[in-house]
Design a protein around this ligand. Structure first.
Ligand code: AMP
Length: 423
């Protein structure tokens, strides 16, 4: 039996890859304009990095990591996300010695052993940014406005930006206590995951997608009731700046992140049209994370966005650009002598940077013309024995069907002129 690709992975074929390139180009342009620089880190890291940096109690670490022993018996893991790797690089590569804050972005594959379904893969791709070394509300607002700006640039509509503040370890302890008090009597009615979360990570119960848990927690105390003064002032500051940037957002007090190193701002972007997996971007502040993985206390904030889901949204909203023609011209050569001459002209045109092609299968005139059409070429450059004898090349405009004859010596110049003029 033919070997198949692993479950939850995709082959990106020509036609689709161009859509990815368009999205990646737009991402890179926006990041450049916002002053973010690209970072590339290894595809796999020591397992401990994710245990500490993502958190032992998270689903990712508990159930979803691709972990293996290498030949030196070291436990390695394919990266399930990038924030931990970026923080590791910040410490290991001494980026704290550079002018602060350090503003980084990445685009690349991540790996999680999840149950594959539409919009959820085992190898998926994220674009994300991380800003390290700044704790002002201005940074939170810049990061969220970068997301907003990207979506505007792409032409996406109908997005919901949810923001919240999860507080700091100090004020969150009070929220945790109140939440446990509230949920105490209802504990047995929670789903089995949430029953487990009750002691370990009760905040995550607010985030549970199970409808009965959502009903049970409808009136639960939110972080808003317990924010300390500093966290509350920070949050007000972020909201005011988001308003100034023209970002349309909704405060969602149920938006939480369960781990201690997540602090203050949390946000998420949703687009309903792409189905159950509607979250296209999630992020927030993590002022405790760099210290958690062994660096000095350093404030940080970032987000990760699912490339596959953004592309799905662009697709349903019909916002993907039309594919550009692949070739400007196709040589159509008949007979060996003509083929040799055409090949030499083709090489010269390629040297000039003009996208041209020729038949590689020795096909008939008709088949070659059909192929030129399929390539969406603007011109067919026809060279048979008769043309060779007359020392001419036929240039056929495939959009209007008109044909001109030019001398072979002037043909390169003529084609170049048409290419430069854009016809
Ligand atoms: P997270 O790192 O879990 O906060 O996810 C950030 C974003 O990555 C989500 O909002 C999704 O858009 C995307 N994402 C996460 N997991 C997957 C997956 N298994 N397949 C596709 N996209 C994903």
């Amino acid at each position: 039996m033919a070997i198949q690709r692993p479950k939850g992975t995709q082959d990106l074929l020509p036609g689709t890859v161009e859509q990815w390139q368009y999205l990646e180009d737009t991402i890179r342009n926006v990041c450049r304009e916002f002053g973010y620089e690209e970072i590339r880190t290894p595809m796999f890291e020591a397992t401990e990095l994710f245990q500490r940096g993502v958190g032992q109690t998270t689903d990712i670490v508990k159930k979803e990591m691709y972990t293996f022993l290498d030949k030196g018996d070291r436990s390695m893991t394919l990266r399930p996300e990038m924030t931990a790797s970026v923080c590791r690089a910040y410490v290991e590569d001494k980026l704290y010695g550079q002018p602060q804050p350090v503003k980084l972005y990445y685009v690349g594959p991540m790996f999680r052993y999840e149950r594959p379904q539409s919009g959820r893969y085992r190898q998926f791709h994220q674009f994300g940014v991380e800003v390290l070394g700044a704790d002002q509300p201005l940074v939170d607002a810049e990061v969220i406005s970068l997301v907003w700006n990207l979506y505007k640039r792409l032409g996406l509509v109908g997005l919901e930006v949810h923001v919240n503040s999860v507080g700091c370890p100090t004020c969150r302890a009070e929220h945790r206590k109140r939440l446990q008090e509230f949920l105490d009597e209802r504990q047995s009615e929670l789903c089995s995951d949430c029953q487990e979360r009750f002691e370990r990570n009760p905040l995550r119960i607010l985030d549970c997608k199970n409808p009965s848990c959502q009903t049970l927690t409808a009136g639960a105390p939110t972080t808003k009731d317990t924010l300390c003064e500093e966290c509350s002032t920070h949050f007000e500051g972020v909201l005011a700046l988001l308003g100034a940037a023209g970002v349309v957002y909704r405060v969602n007090p149920r938006l939480v992140r369960g781990l201690d190193y997540y602090t203050k701002t949390a946000f998420e972007v949703m687009v309903e049209e792409i189905g159950a997996q509607s979250a296209i971007c999630g992020g927030g502040r993590y002022d405790g994370l760099v210290e958690e993985i062994g660096g000095s206390p350093t404030p940080g904030i970032g987000f990760a966005m699912g490339i596959e889901r953004v592309l799905a949204a662009l697709q349903v909203q019909n916002k993907l650009p039309e594919q550009k023609p692949k070739l400007f011209a196709m040589f159509i050569a008949l007979g060996e002598k003509a083929q040799n001459k055409a090949f030499s002209l083709l090489c010269e045109l390629r040297d000039q940077g003009i996208p041209v092609g020729m038949d590689l299968l020795g096909r008939s005139l008709k088949a070659q013309l059909k192929a030129a059409d399929r390539q969406n070429a603007r011109f067919a450059l026809i060279l048979g024995e008769a043309e060779l004898e007359k020392n001419v090349l036929l240039i056929r405009d495939l959009t209007i069907g008109e044909q001109t004859e030019v001398s072979l010596d002037k043909s390169l110049q003529e084609i170049n002129k048409k290419y430069q003029r854009g016809v």
